[in-house]
Write a protein that binds this ligand. Sequence first.
Ligand SMILES: *Cc1c(COP(=O)(O)O)cnc(C)c1O
Length: 414
Amino acid sequence: MTFQIFSSLEIPETLAAGPGPGNTDQRVLQAFAGAGVADHMQADVLRGMVECKEMLRQLWGTQNTYTYGVGGTGFSALDCMFNAILPGDSVVAFQNGTFSGVDALTIRMKAATRAELSADAMSPQAASVTVVDVPHGTSVTGEMVESVLAEKKPKWAFMAHWETGSGRINDLQGFSEACERHGVMGLIDAVSSLGIEDFSIDDYPGVVGWASCPQKGVLCLPLTYAPVSFTDRYIETVQVNGCASYVHHPILEARHWGIMDGKDVAAGAYHRTHSGYAVAAFHEALRLTLQHGRAEKARDYAFHEKALRDAVTAMGCEVTSNMTSLVVLNLPGDLAGREKELVGNCRAVGFGIWPTLSEPVQVRIGILNQINRAAITDIVTRYGKAMNDLGAGLDLEEILTGLDNHYDTALAAE
Ligand SMILES: *Cc1c(COP(=O)(O)O)cnc(C)c1O
């Protein structure tokens, strides 16, 4: 018997300049590689998990006891949050791009009855779920949420805070107020906003469940933990009605983080095998973000996004997004239709930008962990070259002079 063994895998260093993931900080990678060999019940691993929980509460801006990390990616946290939705539950879900579209699919799968699930197993149409389609490139407004909730009076409502597919910020304040007004339990996909925008979830009492990820605002790509936070009302609902999952159970998953019977305990209890490497990396990523400062970091993102936005606008592109970590744009008229070719050319040379994943096709350039002048200048230079390679005929020097002026003016104003 001979085995087919491949040569060892080498992955090149690239510039991840898309909607996510962002480049992970060296400090986080060192924490990952430098952790000792220790099992999931070793005292420092457990202490690290409790400290992560405490730091996460500060990052989310919450007193919620049930605040911790779900092992996995953003969709792992979202799955845990959506597990409170049981077959037949009434839900209103707002979708305005790729990710809230996937979330709405998850909701339809969980709320579907057995008959609805088997009638269309991969995309069930659950009668108890209303999906409100908001056009790509536009935001969900408080008025939209108010009018649908007033009519439907569902048990749950869902929205993405920042929809990364189209780069749009949705109205969290309006969503929370409408949920409160109608006694609806709000659920929020905060995968793209946590660690970038400066907000405290306790300011939004209409929302009972929050889910984020380890690769966007909290930069910890050595696949670690996806932050979640649940209010007491959410947890009581799960306690009464149950949840059809052991691993992504919102109450059971919290045990390893030292949350038991609604209270903090000194050290966690076994739920599943956590990795000391992952805990060390996540701990360092949270320390980094809090050291930067939530408000400071949000200001830095807004400042550098504006620089990038102005530069691509000067190149003739039309920006349709309003997130501060990402620019979503249409190419100028004569290049329209060549978005995938442009993105493909960039990716071939290690410049990782993205097209949109659902229609219409647009270009997405992100600045996760690239919030400094040199990094933005590098992104603008590479992107401008790629446009010129397609025949845009831009005067790159002029574009870069404009970018320099942007930074010099801002510095002079300080
Ligand atoms: C990236 C993203 C997701 C998915 O996160 P993964 O880490 O890829 O699982 C979900 N929702 C939003 C809004 C996102 O931006």
